[in-house]
Design a protein around this ligand. Structure first.
Ligand code: PEP
Ligand code: MN
Length: 454
């Protein structure tokens, strides 16, 4: 962000002129009060866009480089953002973590890294059950702060449309800080050491310090030689993404680009559709096929060739470079069986999209203490299986999509910090899925950099 020159003339308000077809939409809130909802939707439609069409176009160009095998994308952030965790330190540490991982990947792989935050809109979650029962009391399940509250009370669990507006404002505040950090000098390549400050110093952070010393030397060499472009080193392109799940949030955020008349979802640069809402005749695929942002679809181990081709024909019939990515989340146990066959069966079509590995969602289990967790080793194994599958099929392993935090949590087991199953509850802060902590995120980046080097 911060690189596109933006023409502000003719910015349309919310697109009331779009006739959204009445299709089945899974995982939607039941708001109750239709009058309050209608008011909220029109307020949301009157708000300024959070991102610009030109920025989304630029990300599509970057993703075209990913699809072509010339770049790699790093997508990361919380499973679910929460309104109360939208704080300066949290956002800063997540950005620092992603910048650190990206620099490790760039340095190791010598390839441009397209950086995408799973943030500034990731406030809603699909759930496997509509309700939750505790001690004989049944209430609506927590669906993310965009819909209801986590607290187990009838009042908190009520679906409240006011939360759509609060999510917009929280996203706006988050993006404002992201833009400040990534264009205001904080992301300067001469600050690689500073990004590591304030974190606990484990083996991965130490390894990072050594690499940062090498980068410093290289930067000084380039500066002394007069070939360093100061402006290019000062800023970084950083894009936002979230799951397009709650259509009452996404639809009012759609705007018509005055340059072309095309529709863009201005809630984020990239939107994805989850494994649970990607049915071909459903409202989510219809929505995503109408907007011109770069988009992604999650694919679980059951996805077959015909389904993938049908998704491509619906969402990206013209096979626009950079338009469509598939985020596979097959599980460490299944990926080596399932993904090579799927890629091979797609033939040339597999080269027209980007392939991204989500090594998190196929590897979740419950600890003996009752916490949802994942093993770091399974995460790494799934990424290895992903690289092996693409090597076998002759396609490009285009990126990773991970749930992470800059905080020192104990939500995933394993890694150099040797978090074991009994420790998972110690600093378990996520309200939804377990995230890699800072150390595990850096460790993963070093391992993926080695896989990319080969
Ligand atoms: C997620 O990304 O948090 C998620 C719910 O993933 P999936 O749709 O792959 O289950
Ligand atoms: Mn998740």
């Amino acid at each position: 962000m911060g690189v596109v020159s933006i023409d502000l003339t003719g910015l349309a308000l919310g697109t009331h002129d779009v006739d959204w077809p009445d299709l089945a939409a899974l995982q939607q809130p039941t708001w109750g009060d239709p009058v309050a909802l209608a008011q909220t939707l029109s307020v949301l439609a009157s708000y300024p866009p959070l991102v610009f069409a030109g920025e989304a176009d630029q990300l599509r160009e970057r993703m075209a480089q990913v699809a072509a095998g010339n770049a790699f994308t790093l997508q990361g952030g919380d499973c679910a953002e929460t309104l109360s965790e939208v704080t300066g330190p949290n956002i800063r540490d997540r950005i620092k973590t992603i910048l650190q991982m990206a620099v490790v990947l760039t340095y190791g792989a010598g390839m441009p890294i397209v950086k995408v935050g799973r943030m500034a809109g990731q406030f809603a979650k699909p759930r496997s059950q509509d309700t939750e029962t505790r001690d004989g009391v049944t209430l609506p399940a927590y669906r993310g702060d965009m819909v209801n509250g986590f607290e187990f009370t009838p009042e908190a669990r009520r679906h409240d449309p006011e939360r759509l507006l609060r999510s917009y404002h929280a996203s706006s505040a988050t993006l404002n800080l992201v833009r400040g950090f990534t264009s205001g000098g904080f992301a300067d390549l001469r600050s690689v050491h500073a990004w590591n400050r304030g974190f606990i110093k484990g083996p991965a952070q130490k390894r990072y310090e050594q690499m940062a010393n090498e980068i410093d030397r290289a930067v000084r060499f380039l500066e002394a030689s007069g070939v360093a472009d100061a402006e290019e080193m000062r800023r970084v392109e950083f894009y936002s993404a979230h799951e397009a799940l709650v259509l009452d949030y996404e639809r009012p955020m759609v705007r018509r680009d005055h340059r072309t008349g095309l529709l863009y979802d201005t809630s984020a640069h990239l939107l994805w559709i989850g494994e649970r809402t990607r049915d071909l005749d459903g409202a989510h695929l219809d929505f995503i096929s109408r907007i011109h942002n770069p988009v992604a679809i999650k694919l679980g181990p059951g996805a077959d060739r015909d389904t993938v081709l049908a998704i491509m024909d619906k969402v990206d019939p013209d096979r626009i470079p950079g338009r469509l990515s598939f985020i596979t989340r097959m599980g460490a146990q299944r990926i080596r069986d399932v993904l090579p066959a799927l890629l091979t069966s797609l033939g040339e079509e597999a080269r027209r999209v980007s392939w991204i590995c989500d090594p998190m969602h196929g590897n979740t289990f419950t600890s003996p203490g009752g916490f949802k967790t994942r093993r770091f080793e399974d995460v790494v194994e799934e990424v290895r299986g992903f690289f092996a599958a693409h090597a076998e099929a002759g396609t490009h392993p285009g990126g990773i999509h991970v749930e992470l935090t800059g905080n020192d949590v104990t939500e995933c087991v394993g890694g150099a910090g040797e978090i074991n199953l009994a420790d998972v509850g110690l600093r378990y802060e996520t309200l939804c899925d377990p995230r890699l902590n800072h150390q595990q995120s850096l460790e993963l980046a070093f391992l993926v950099a080695e896989m990319l080097e080969r």
